[in-house]
Design a protein around this ligand. Structure first.
Ligand SMILES: [Zn+2]
Length: 292
């Protein structure tokens, strides 16, 4: 098991270290709580029966959609702003899309699904196998929309953060339904700000990523891959011809409108953000939440 993880992990019920450690099972001596160790990783939450294990997609600063590339740049800047000894937890890390940004750092990753790349599998809505005020930085990239009980998650994240620590998030807005059926929400920036305050965070940063050409592209790709294939043959061919024309016009529009950009939602003339980048901070005077 990851050494850093084994030094931090505790019984979710009594918050004492697991003292009985067999090869595939750890047990808490105080209350008998057990955790299964699967391929060297603690699995606290049984894998949801309906959960899909998504295939790994190569990620990097120049890979994926413009939104993904903007996510990468934002997260890299946030990581660089952290102390080199900062303790970082990537929540809902999946296949470790952003792990490369944290190479050489004190970095752990968790997901509800025991992906081979994560250090532990746990649903923080069910249990929290860490002590309060443990992490300096929490990462929640394109995860919030997939969590139905997001209030429980935000409570858990506040609990896990050290006072003064940051929760760094990306949340999509004008992005189609993805990872169906586990896609539950789109939030406006008003909702995200309200959510932060309700859960005891301060909003340190809130930016929109705007990209009208990518937005148009989402619509034309929707036509190409989902709408046209279902039309009768003649309409399909006619539609394809017109779509090629539209895509040609969009590519002429691109040099006029320009690439995507980041702006505070209040300053943007365009209400259709592709998504939001946020930093929520735990106030340094934050009182114990009383959980655990
Ligand atoms: Zn215990």
């Amino acid at each position: 098991m990851n050494e850093l993880l084994s030094s931090l992990i505790v019984c979710p019920d009594c918050k004492k270290p697991f003292s009985i450690k067999e090869q595939n099972l750890w047990r808490c001596a105080s209350d008998g709580r057990e955790v299964r160790i699967h391929e060297g990783r603690p699995v606290f939450t049984p894998m949801p029966e309906t959960a899909h294990v998504y295939e790994r997609v190569e990620r990097g600063p120049d890979q994926g959609t413009p939104w993904r590339q903007a996510n990468w740049k934002f997260l890299q800047e946030q990581a660089q702003g952290q102390d080199k000894d900062a303790l970082i937890l990537d929540v809902g890390a999946g296949h470790g899309d952003f792990a490369q940004i944290f190479s050489g750092r004190k970095y752990l990753s968790v997901d509800v699904v025991p992906y081979p790349e994560v250090d532990l599998a746990c649903d923080f809505g069910d249990c929290i196998p860490f002590k309060e005020n443990t992490f300096d930085m929490l990462v929640l990239m394109n995860v919030l929309e997939h969590v139905y009980h997001f209030h429980e998650l935000l409570d858990a994240l506040l609990y896990l953060l050290k006072p003064g620590g940051s929760l760094v998030m990306a949340v999509p807005f004008m992005i189609k339904v993805h990872q169906a059926p586990f896609d539950f929400q789109r939030y406006t920036h008003y909702s995200l700000e309200k959510m932060a305050r309700q859960h005891g965070f301060e909003v340190t940063l809130l930016e929109g990523y705007y990209d009208p050409i990518f937005f148009l592209g989402e619509a034309t790709r929707n036509l190409r891959f989902w709408v046209l294939p279902k039309l009768p043959r003649l309409s399909r061919w006619l539609g394809r011809g017109l779509l090629i024309l539209i895509e040609g016009l969009v590519s002429l529009l691109k040099p006029i409108i320009g690439d995507g950009f980041v702006k505070s939602p209040g300053d943007a003339k365009n209400p259709a953000a592709i998504g939001y980048h946020l930093v929520f901070s735990k106030p340094s005077h934050s009182l114990s939440s009383g959980r655990g």
